[in-house]
Design a binder for this molecule. Structure first.
Ligand code: SF4
Ligand code: SF4
Length: 310
C-alpha cells in the first residue's frame, strides 16, 4: 500500500480538482481529505456518509459554581484573557487555549477539565473505495492532530481492505497540518501554478519535503498562462531533485466540473482532462518504482533522490 499526498503550498492552485480526478481514476483506493480547516473534497466526490464521530482535539475548563468562591485568581492568571472578570467568572471557549493553568491554580478546586469537541470526522463510501473527511468547528484548533487521526484510520482501513493506494488531499501552506499530512508518506505530488507566489510557495514546500526526506514530483496547473515562468519553475524544481510530470493547461471545463460537483475526468474529455489522465499514469509509474531502502523503514524512490536544500 502506497500513500500519495497532494500538496500545493497555498490554496487555489487546483489541488482539490486534481485530487478529485485521481479519486475518480483510481479503481480502488482510500481517499483522505486532510484539508480539515476548509474541507471541500466531499463537494466534488459523490459519497454516502457511513458513520461520523466527534473529534476531541484538546481540553476545555469547566466551572463548578457550587465550589467557586469568586476569588478572581483564575481571571488574573489566564494569559489568554479567556476568563471574563464577572461575578462569578465566565470562561470564553473561543479565547481558551486549553493550557489548564486555571484548573491547576484554582484554590477551591472549582475548575474541572473536559475534552474539547473540536469537530466531526466522517467515514464515507464512494464508488472507488472509502473516503475519510472531517469538519473542524469555527475557531477550533488542533487541525494537525485531526489530520494525523484521519491518516491513521486510513492506514488501518488499508490494512483491512486490500486497498493499494491512499490518496491524501493535503492542506495548504507548510504548517502543522501539512507536516501531519506528510509524515511517513511515500510520495508528494506538488501542484503549483506559473506565478511569482506559486514559485515562492513551491520552494518553501520543497524545502520542507527535503527536510522530511519525502520524494516530490511536480505538476504545473494552468502552465500555458505563463509558459516562460512555467519552464523556469520546472528547471528550478528539477535542479532541486524533483521529478517533473505532465503539466495541465488552462481549461474552463475545470471550473464547470467543480460547479457541477464532479471531477473533471468524469465529465470532460478536453485538454485538461487528458492531461490529468496522463499525470495519473505518471504518478502510478513513480509509485511502482519505489523500493525499500537498505537502512530499513524509509521509502526512497530511486529516481527521486533529493539534495538537501539549505
Ligand atoms: S479561581 Fe476558582 S474559586 Fe477563584 S474565581 Fe476562579 S473558579 Fe472561582
Ligand atoms: S485553560 Fe488556560 S487558556 Fe483556558 S481559560 Fe484556563 S487558563 Fe485560560
Amino acid at each position: 500500500m502506497k500513500e500519495l499526498v497532494i500538496l500545493s503550498g497555498k490554496g487555489g492552485t487546483g489541488k482539490t480538482s486534481i485530487s478529485a480526478a485521481f479519486a475518480h481514476l483510481a479503481p480502488s483506493r482510500i481517499l483522505v481529505d486532510a484539508d480539515v480547516d476548509a474541507a471541500n473534497l466531499h463537494l466534488v466526490v459523490p459519497h454516502k456518509v457511513f458513520s461520523s464521530e466527534a473529534f476531541s482535539g484538546g481540553i476545555l475548563p469547566e466551572l463548578d459554581l457550587t465550589l467557586c468562591t469568586d476569588c478572581g485568581t483564575c481571571v488574573g492568571i489566564c494569559a489568554f484573557h479567556a476568563i471574563k472578570d464577572t461575578h462569578p467568572p465566565e470562561i470564553d471557549p473561543v479565547y481558551c487555549e486549553g493550557c489548564g493553568i486555571c484548573h491547576d491554580f484554582c484554590p477551591a478546586g472549582a475548575i474541572g477539565l473536559k475534552p474539547r469537541i473540536s469537530g466531526t470526522w466522517f467515514h464515507s463510501s464512494t464508488a472507488e473505495g472509502p473516503m475519510l473527511h472531517a469538519r473542524l468547528g469555527i475557531a477550533e484548533e488542533n487541525s494537525g492532530k485531526l489530520v494525523s487521526m484521519l491518516r491513521k484510520r486510513a492506514g488501518e482501513l488499508g490494512r483491512q481492505g486490500e486497498y493499494p493506494i491512499i490518496l491524501v488531499d493535503g492542506p495548504p501552506g507548510i504548517g502543522c497540518p501539512v507536516i501531519a499530512s506528510l509524515t511517513g508518506a511515500d510520495l508528494v505530488l506538488m501542484v503549483t501554478e506559473p506565478t511569482l507566489s506559486g514559485r515562492h510557495d513551491m520552494l518553501r514546500l520543497a524545502k520542507l519535503c527535503a527536510r522530511m526526506r519525502i520524494p516530490v514530483c511536480l505538476t504545473l496547473n494552468k502552465w500555458d498562462l505563463n509558459p516562460e515562468m512555467a519552464h523556469a519553475m520546472e528547471e528550478e524544481a528539477r535542479s532541486r531533485g524533483m521529478e517533473i510530470l505532465s503539466s495541465i493547461p488552462f481549461d474552463t471545463e475545470m471550473t464547470k466540473a467543480m460547479a457541477a460537483g464532479r471531477s473533471l475526468t468524469e465529465v470532460s474529455s478536453g485538454p485538461a482532462s487528458q492531461a490529468l489522465m496522463q499525470l495519473w499514469q505518471e504518478v502510478l509509474s513513480l509509485l511502482e518504482k519505489q523500493q525499500k531502502s537498505s537502512d530499513g523503514g524509509l521509502l526512497i524512490m530511486e529516481s527521486l533522490k533529493q539534495e538537501t536544500i539549505p
